[in-house]
Design a protein around this ligand. Structure first.
Ligand code: ZN
Length: 197
């Protein structure tokens, strides 16, 4: 299992457009595997290539035990509107309510470069939109009002000192601390971590 470092807000790659994947390679397959490992270790439900310092148009998603690799994904239809709490593995500890389309249809290629269509509602819809945003240099904060975005960035200022080189490393110590937090798990209404991708 290989855990990758996660880029955090301020890292330039998070703001860059990604490049279409034209060919599957063993290296890219390994990247997808490592991204799943990293996402699960960080307690996320989605992870996009720029979040691991890569520029391919590729993301992984696992909502309700349905792991998917999405290559060159595109939203081809959207409907409805819904608000919900969102977080991002690249902006740890910051959460905000974000309005998204309630349902989306996404066309992509799978890890064998076969065309697939994913119809998403609920959390899957939110996660797909969040990850596809990442592939175009966009973050969930960009969906907030100016005032709410400013407040989130102020909170982030207090967090970012922990990441002097703008990388979040899932070291054994970090993983152990997350495990301990999980086990503490007061099952109150605040407990379920909102979507993190
Ligand atoms: Zn994210």
């Amino acid at each position: 299992m290989a855990l990758l470092d996660i880029t955090v807000l301020g890292h330039p790659i998070l703001r860059r457009e990604t490049q279409l994947v034209t060919q599957m390679t063993p290296e890219l397959r390994q990247l997808a595997t490592d991204m799943f490992d990293t996402m699960y270790a960080a307690r996320g439900i989605g992870l996009a290539a720029p979040q691991v310092n890569r520029s391919e148009r590729l993301c992984v998603v696992d909502v309700e035990k349905q792991p998917m690799v999405l290559i060159n994904p595109r939203i081809v239809a959207r409907s409805g509107k819904v608000s919900g709490d969102e977080g991002c593995l690249s902006i740890p500890e910051i959460y905000a309510e974000v309005q998204r389309a309630a349902q989306v249809r996404v066309e992509a290629l799978d890890v064998d470069m076969n065309p697939i269509v994913v119809e998403g509602a609920g959390l899957l819809s939110r996660c797909l939109q969040h990850e596809i945003d990442h592939l175009h240099g966009k973050l969930f904060l960009d969906h907030l009002s100016i005032l709410k975005k400013r407040a989130a960035l102020r909170d982030w200022d207090e967090e970012r000192d922990q990441y002097p080189d703008l990388l979040r490393r899932l070291t054994p110590e970090v993983l152990a601390a997350m495990q301990a937090e999980d086990e503490e798990g007061d099952a109150g209404p605040e407990s379920p971590v909102p979507h993190q991708g």
